[in-house]
Design a protein around this ligand. Structure first.
Ligand SMILES: [Zn+2]
Length: 257
């Protein structure tokens, strides 16, 4: 089957699908110029190992350093714009509310910036923060029982800290050795179980449990489409392989549907 025929077949399946799940990875953001995690360890940060900047132990050892690194990455992202791939997904979602569940491994917020609603960010969001510690007794500045500290009680700083108990704010991203956010993961698994088409875009398919969603969808009977310029670990379970980048492939698949 030629690539043109593969795109035609994929469009037929997508047009007929009542429920579509899309899983995106770093390849979708690469075309917007977002450096990969390792590529971002340059210049002043070249001396740091990934574990120092992306683990709870690393944050506890050097909270200001790690906070500053994430701040510098957020600053870089301010200048970065979603590409045609992000826009094709967002526009499809706006034309067909509720029909496409967007699951991403990216923390850069570009799907949200493009206007995609309800993005399931499996690895967190670099623009969000949360408290480092929970306390069995609770912080005296908390407003509610399930709240650790009162966000309004955070004093400015690098990182900001709770004025009462000293708790620190940390980036709300998934670090090495951490669990994925449970609500997002469960919603993604639900989407994988019930979709008619699972479209995997711009991911090597080696990071689990994210990659497991494609296997789960296949086992549940969905058509699996892999859109990636290079071979991926998910090729063997794909019904169709589309060898293109996200910025060219996603508009080719979704525009006009
Ligand atoms: Zn507190």
């Amino acid at each position: 089957m030629s690539q043109a025929e593969a795109i035609g077949q994929a469009r037929q399946w997508l047009a007929a699908a009542q429920s579509i799940a899309v899983l995106t990875g770093a390849g979708v953001s690469a075309e917007s110029g977002v450096p990969t995690f390792r590529d971002a360890l340059t210049g002043h940060w070249a001396n740091f190992r990934p574990e120092e900047l992306a683990s709870e132990a690393g944050f506890r050892a050097q909270p200001q350093r790690v906070w500053d690194w994430y701040a510098s990455r957020r600053d870089e992202l301010k200048a970065v714009q979603p590409n045609a791939g992000h826009h094709a997904l967002a526009q499809f979602q706006q034309r067909h509310p509720g029909r496409l569940t967007l699951i991403t491994q990216n923390v850069d917020g570009l799907h949200q910036k493009a206007g995609s609603p309800g993005v399931l960010a499996l690895h967190g969001d670099i623009h969000a923060t949360r408290w480092l510690d929970g306390f069995p007794g609770g912080c005296s500045r908390a407003n509610q029982a399930d709240e650790v500290c009162d966000v309004s009680a955070a004093s400015p700083g690098r990182p900001p800290r709770c004025e009462t108990c000293g708790n620190l704010l940390r980036p709300s991203v998934v670090w090495f050795g951490e669990m994925l956010p449970i609500a997002e993961l469960e919603a993604a698994q639900q989407a994988a179980d019930h979709c008619d088409v699972m479209l995997v875009v711009g991911t090597s398919g080696v990071v689990y449990p994210a990659a497991g969603l494609a296997h789960q969808a296949r086992e549940a009977g969905a058509r699996v489409l892999v859109l990636n310029p290079a071979a991926s670990d998910l090729d063997e379970i794909a019904h169709l392989l589309l060898r293109a980048t996200a910025a060219t492939g996603l508009p080719a698949l979704l525009d006009g549907l």
